[in-house]
Design a binder for this molecule. Structure first.
Ligand SMILES: C[S@@+](CC[C@H](N)C(=O)[O-])C[C@H]1O[C@@H](n2cnc3c(N)ncnc32)[C@H](O)[C@@H]1O
Length: 268
């Protein structure tokens, strides 16, 4: 824990509730949740909220701070301030976010940075994220070929090269090209532009996967395989993650092996 000598008793612990309801929270996170004096959360649905409330009745959702037409940048600042104020008021606070609290989720990071700057103890505990679920459900090990991950819009706008020998994970594909930060959906035009950008790296027939891990244990994951050219026709939701399998595997490089005094023959 990052601790400073603040005399107030307030503190913050950011926890992840996992993706699938009730079964993916760690024992440590659950203990913090049950013992908190004040719990705030950004959770995917009412069922998750009711479950968290059953563990700690002080639970308050921060979802009310989102609004169509309001910049998400402002929403995240407002959420951060609500959490920080409760800590300043002397409460032992838990911020419960679905998945991992620090993966593609900025409020926990903002609050921890602000509170530590003000001298309060603040920490983050890891949770089971959407990509942890996808390795299990899609049955691939990111260690086999390597794996790169981007927020979809940041990737699409940045012109960065893709390593096509590795898996690619594009988070928030449901917001692809959404630059205003004020709406919650991508558009057909943005998806067509995404196809043109991805086509710099992959043929139009390359297989892609839309993945959605189940929020409820009895549901099955969504695993829809399709060709790059069909991306605009797919039903993409706010919880869809795009997975792009490698075009080629990793290959041995003669110049790199030379640096180790090795030869391609040494690998049979
Ligand atoms: C704001 S981020 C939250 C990620 C979350 N903190 C985590 O650890 O997985 C939202 C993005 O996470 C991914 N995501 C969220 N829920 C998902 C699910 N059930 N299945 C697959 N991806 C999901 C999607 O890419 C979605 O656009």
């Amino acid at each position: 824990m990052n601790t400073n000598n603040k005399t107030s008793t307030g503190s913050l612990t950011c926890i992840g509730t996992g993706i699938t309801l009730a079964g993916q929270i760690t024992t440590l996170s659950k203990n913090y949740l049950e013992e908190a004096e004040s719990v705030f959360g950004i959770l995917p649905d009412k069922l998750s909220e009711d479950w968290v409330k059953s563990l700690n009745p002080s639970y308050e959702s921060l979802q009310y701070l989102y609004a169509e037409g309001k910049s998400r940048r402002q929403t995240y600042q407002d959420m951060t301030e609500v959490v920080c104020q409760a800590v300043r008021d002397g409460k032992k606070v838990v911020l419960a976010l679905y998945g991992h609290p620090g993966i593609f989720a900025c409020v926990g990071h903002f609050a921890i940075e602000r509170l530590i700057g003000e001298g309060y103890p603040a920490q983050m505990l890891p949770g089971v994220s959407a990509d942890a679920c996808l390795y299990a459900d899609l049955g691939f090990d990111p260690g086999t070929t390597g794996c790169q991950a981007y927020e979809a819009t940041q990737f699409l706008f940045s012109g960065v090269p893709l390593n096509t020998s590795a898996y690619t994970i594009l988070w928030q594909i449901g917001l692809a090209g959404e630059h205003t930060l004020k709406t919650f959906k991508t558009t057909a035009q943005n998806l067509e532009a995404s196809v043109r950008i991805l086509n710099k790296w992959y043929p139009l027939e390359h297989e892609m996967i839309l993945y959605e891990a189940p929020f409820i244990p009895v549901q099955k994951p969504r695993i829809d395989r399709f060709m790059l050219k069909d991306l605009p026709k797919m039903d993409i939701t706010s919880i869809s993650t795009l997975v792009i399998p490698p075009l080629t595997g990793l290959k041995l490089d003669k110049n790199a092996l030379d640096e180790f005094g090795l030869d391609i023959k040494d690998f049979g």
